[in-house]
Design a protein around this ligand. Structure first.
Ligand code: OSB
Ligand code: MG
Length: 367
């Protein structure tokens, strides 16, 4: 029941189609996994950082450095996910680095304890409603076709990426094409400023579930002002990096919905705390995504099964992202994806997929 080694694994998997947001275009996932190897079991954690620091200030190579140089030295044979997160408090920021180490430690310890991540976190659902995040397309025709395909596959909620110049018309077109019943929301990834408030107010005509992260990460005042001016609920993604920022944003009415991403807030333990706060306050939350492979997706499903996750999240089927996932693929059935219910995160990399990856570091732990 003790840890032996922390390994870092690197590789990449192509996306089935390019994913374009207001901050850039991804055609593949460059991957970093943390593998925590114990005496009897091992656990996996996926790093959600991108190659470039454009979603947030974190990026993959920096995570490799932070994990190797600052986080692994905090781990000994008896470290748990909880004790690791506590000891990592003096390391500022670096949420995505902390989160993937924590995830690997959680996976191995829950396997040792013979319980599932879903059970450990307090899941109340065995499957979760599946939404899809649709990147910016080359034309409105392409967008209509792509959204139509996702709806045909059963996705229960559609999120459209927007940016200045491709926003109001895009929403108008999708509403006209697919009707008022479609659960629809938009995500700007911080592409606007508060000077765009009256422009964004035009979105109020389309009965959107929410607008996600319209303004820059640090513009709390702007989000407070925008929330007063528009009736579409404001949801924060990038701005919420911890329980404290979540509480502050809610207290100051900068948002009325929160997108919880474990990677962005430093792990599943912190994500659960944000969920608990929001549940207590009746604030709806949903589980975001970072184009995770099956390792990150499995853990996100466990989190999204908690009772406060009342809005469909961005957890789509493996096939929406990859021709072949690193794990057994997650599939959508009647608009839902099953929550893994076996020990730990319930999945592990398939040997034939892992064979294409490289173990780039291995740290032996001391007592
Ligand atoms: O802002 O939610 C986002 C993907 C990468 C980085 C940021 C975001 C996203 C998504 C995709 O919207 C969500 C998913 O399907 O994983
Ligand atoms: Mg977002």
């Amino acid at each position: 029941m003790a840890l032996r080694t922390i390994e870092l694994w690197r590789g990449g998997i192509d996306l089935v189609s390019p994913f374009r947001t207001s901050f850039g275009t991804d055609t593949s996932r460059d991957l970093l996994y943390v593998h925590a190897v114990g005496d009897s079991n091992s656990g996996w954690g996926e790093c959600v950082a991108g190659v470039e620091p454009n979603y947030s200030s974190e990026y993959l190579e920096n995570c490799v450095e932070v994990i190797s140089r600052f986080l692994v030295p905090l781990i000994n044979r008896d470290t748990t996910a909880e004790s690791f997160i506590k000891s990592a408090t003096p390391i500022r920021g670096n949420y995505m680095s902390k989160a993937c180490v924590e995830a690997a430690l959680l996976d191995v310890q829950l396997r040792d304890q013979n319980i599932s991540m879903a059970k450990f976190l307090g899941a109340t659902k065995s499957r979760v409603a599946s939404g899809v995040s649709v990147g910016i397309q080359n034309s409105l025709d392409d967008l209509v076709r792509v959204v139509g395909e996702y709806i045909a596959q059963g996705y229960v909620r559609v999120k459209l990426k927007i940016e200045p110049g491709t926003d109001i018309e895009l929403v108008r077109t999708i509403r006209k094409e697919f009707g008022d019943e479609l659960l629809l929301q938009v995500d700007a990834n911080a592409a606007y400023t508060i000077a765009d408030a009256s422009h964004l107010k035009q979105l109020d005509a389309f009965n959107l579930l929410l607008i996600e992260q319209p303004l820059p990460e640090d513009d709390l005042a702007g989000h407070i002002e925008l929330s007063r001016v528009i009736s579409t609920p404001v949801c924060l993604d990038e701005s919420v990096t911890s329980l404290d920022t979540a509480r502050g944003a809610l207290d100051l009415k900068a948002c009325s919905v929160i997108n919880i991403k474990p990677g962005r807030v430093g792990g599943y333990l912190e994500a659960k705390k944000i969920h608990d706060l929001c549940l207590e306050r009746g604030v709806p939350v949903w589980c975001g995504g970072m184009l995770e492979t099956g390792i990150g997706r499995a853990a996100n499903l466990a989190l999204a099964a908690l009772p406060g996750f009342t809005l469909p999240g961005d957890i789509s089927a493996s096939a929406r992202y990859f021709a072949r996932d690193i794990t057994e693929p997650f599939v959508i059935k009647n608009g839902h994806i099953d929550v893994p219910n076996t020990v730990g995160i319930g999945v592990a990399p398939l040997p034939e997929m892992l064979a294409k990856f490289k173990k780039t570091a291995s740290f032996n732990l001391s007592a």
